[in-house]
Design a protein around this ligand. Structure first.
Ligand code: ADP
Ligand code: ADP
Length: 221
């Protein structure tokens, strides 16, 4: 029961081949790591899945829907079911920490009470309660990263895609972030984490897919 299917996906940026004939199935409620050296294509692969970029060749099916044939008006609906942790966080500078995290629930029409409870839980978990009213530019990289993870899972998305979610964190904060991602996985989400955090990869028994120069060199099966 694959929730993500990639068939012979190639992505070029001009002459640069970022992904080269990648085929990959991700089962519903799988938790997998994506690794490989810098420039291997990890970010590109995630970008294609969260619909930030289009593929050059091949096909991607997300929940059975062919992304190349998706009517434009269905895009927002699909995106709402995908929580993304961007490598550069992409928090909204004009909204507070609380409002950044709450946005997805607001858009989905959750009540103020539900939002307060959920965002409160997430703020406590990532140890950012004291910064609920702060704006992103006043936060350290690690703090922004913790907020970005809280935001990505706040709407209980079906799919969570995280690009180096522990990249700017000390070991203790990294552990909290991974616990949150394991938590959302336990609640039914499919989770993909791009990382080259060796400690993390060595300590996991979960599937690890390895990319090199745009190709899958190990499916981790
Ligand atoms: P990783 O995340 O594994 O470090 P990326 O997916 O960021 O790798 O990059 C894969 C390759 O594609 C690299 O050679 C990178 O320079 C290139 N690339 C990625 N994005 C772009 C872009 N927007 N324009 C041109 N080249 C790009
Ligand atoms: P309670 O125990 O009263 O449900 P919590 O403070 O444990 O309250 O959780 C607050 C909200 O966050 C609840 O809706 C809970 O289901 C949800 N929640 C708990 N863990 C996670 C998680 N890992 N990811 C997303 N939401 C979660």
């Amino acid at each position: 029961n694959a929730i993500i299917r990639m068939f012979h996906v190639t992505k070029r940026y001009g002459a640069q081949l970022a992904l080269d004939d990648v085929s990959l199935d991700v089962e519903a409620n799988e938790f997998l790591f994506l690794t490989g050296p810098s420039g291997a294509g990890k970010s590109t692969l995630l970008k294609l899945l969260y619909l930030a970029d289009s593929i050059s060749e091949g096909q991607i099916l997300l929940k059975g829907m062919n992304l190349s044939r998706l009517p434009k008006k269905r895009l927002p609906f699909l995106r709402r079911n995908i929580g993304v942790v961007f490598q550069d966080y992409k928090l909204i500078p004009t909204r507070t920490v609380f409002d950044n995290i709450a946005l997805v629930m607001e858009v989905a029409g959750a009540s103020a009470k539900q939002i307060k409870r959920k965002v409160g839980y997430l703020l406590r978990t990532v140890d950012m309660e004291h910064k609920a009213g702060a704006f992103p530019q006043s936060l350290s990289g690690g703090e922004q990263q913790r907020v970005a993870v809280a935001r990505a899972i706040c709407g209980d998305p079906d799919i969570v895609l995280a690009d180096e979610p522990t990249g700017s964190l000390d070991a203790e904060s990294a552990k909290v972030i991974m616990e949150l991602l394991f938590g959302i996985h336990a609640r039914g989400a499919t989770v993909m984490v791009a990382t080259h955090d060796e400690a993390l990869l060595h300590s996991t028994r979960r599937r690890i897919v390895t990319l090199k120069q745009g190709r899958v060199v190990d499916l981790g099966l």
